[in-house]
Design a protein around this ligand. Sequence first.
Ligand SMILES: [Zn+2]
Length: 145
Amino acid sequence: MTETEVYQNNGQKNERPTKLAMKRGFASRCPSCGEGKLFDKFVKVTPQCSNCHEELHHHRADDLPAYLVILIIGHIVVAAFMMTDMVFKLANWQHLLIWIPITTVLTLALLQPVKGAVVGLQWALRMHGFGDQPDYDDSVALKEH
Ligand SMILES: [Zn+2]
C-alpha cells in the first residue's frame, strides 16, 4: 500500500463508493445518504445535508462542471449539426434558429447534474476537506518558500 492510499483511506476499507456518490450527485442528491437535496439553488450547493447532516460546503467544483458540459454538449450539437447539414440544405439563419435553443436547453439541463456528479466525486475521494484531514491551504505553502 502506498502512502497516498494510506492517507486517502486511513488504513481502512473505503466506505465511499465513487460511482454511487457520483450517481447520487448527478441526481442532485447528497452523495453520502442519497436522500437529502444537494443544491439550495440552481448550482448553489447546500452547506450541509438536511437528512444526514454531511457537510457539503467543502466542494471545489469551480469551472470543471462547465468545461464538462461544454465538452458533452459540443459533441452532441456539432455532430447533430453536421448530420443535419448533410441531409438538408438549410441557410445559416435556419441553423442558428435550430441549434442555439437546443444548445441552451441542453446546457441548462445538464449543468446541475454534472456539478452534482463532480461534488459526489470529490466527496468519494475525500478531496478538499471531505475527509478527516482539513483542506490544504495554498497560502501557507507559498509563505514557506
Ligand atoms: Zn445526506
